[in-house]
Design a protein. Structure first.
Length: 250
């Protein structure tokens, strides 16, 4: 299938490792010109070399910390300058934040800012360009939300789902779609560090119908599809990539 992505542009956050890295490579393989951003420039430089070696266009790299207040505006402005316009935004940056029930406000502020507020702000910064060009794709990588314990990221990701559904009703008339993807057990730097292979194997055998953890590329393929003109009638949705692991409270 021709996904009709050649010549499109994309800003992708959280691209130093794992899912974000796979998304960047997947989009680049379809001819998308990228602006990639994360905190670790050295890892993004390695990613850029891999993309070019595979025949993709040289990505523009922005090393940035999303917890800084002015980062969303700066990211949008620099990406727009580098790319000419922003057709696709992938909000991938985020992270688990397990907390005790009586955690201080500073902990909740950090978790909600990183996992919800910055997603909303960056989207608001790029939407005017998409509206001007009457085309856009926004994909949010959110999170599984198993109720294993209190996790502030779960509350933030639930907020992203509700917010994105509302935004879809406002931007559809401009030929813009917005969708969310909660990953199941996708192998990442964090999952590999916190879950040794025997632990992963036991969990998968008991809880995942396909019997294994997923690879980042297996989620990235859905992102690439949703980012394409072919997916023009899909918007406001939440589509898990979890091999049948359905343990979501929202």
């Amino acid at each position: 299938m021709d996904l009709q992505l050649k010549g499109k542009t994309a800003l992708v956050t959280g691209t130093s490792t794992g899912i974000g890295r796979a998304i960047a490579k997947g989009l680049a393989a379809e001819g998308v010109k990228l602006c990639i951003t994360a905190r670790r420039r050295n890892l993004m430089e390695e990613l850029a070399k891999e993309i070019v070696a595979a025949g993709g266009l040289q990505p523009h790299i922005i090393a940035a910390d999303l917890m800084e207040d002015d980062t969303p505006r700066k990211l949008a402005d620099e990406a727009l300058k580098a790319l000419g316009q922003i057709n696709i935004l992938v909000n991938n940056a985020g992270g688990s934040r397990p907390l005790p029930f009586d955690a201080g406000e500073d902990k909740w502020y950090e978790a909600m800012t990183f996992n919800f507020t910055r997603v909303r702000q960056l989207t608001q910064c790029v939407l005017p360009d998409m509206i001007e060009h009457k085309w856009g794709r926004i994909i949010n990588i959110t999170g599984k939300s198993e109720a294993e314990s209190l996790n502030a990221a779960h509350a933030a990701k639930a907020g992203v789902h509700a917010w994105a559904h509302g935004v879809s009703k406002e931007v559809g008339k401009h030929n813009i779609t917005i969708n969310s993807i909660p990953p199941g057990r996708i192998l990442s730097e964090q999952i590999r560090r916190n879950n040794p292979e025997p632990v992963r194997k036991e969990f998968a055998e008991k809880n995942i119908p396909l019997g294994r953890f997923g690879e980042p590329e297996e989620l990235a393929c859905l992102v690439v599809f949703l980012a394409s003109p072919v997916a023009r009638y899909i918007s406001g949705t939440v589509i898990p990539v979890d091999a049948g692991l359905r343990r979501y409270p929202f």
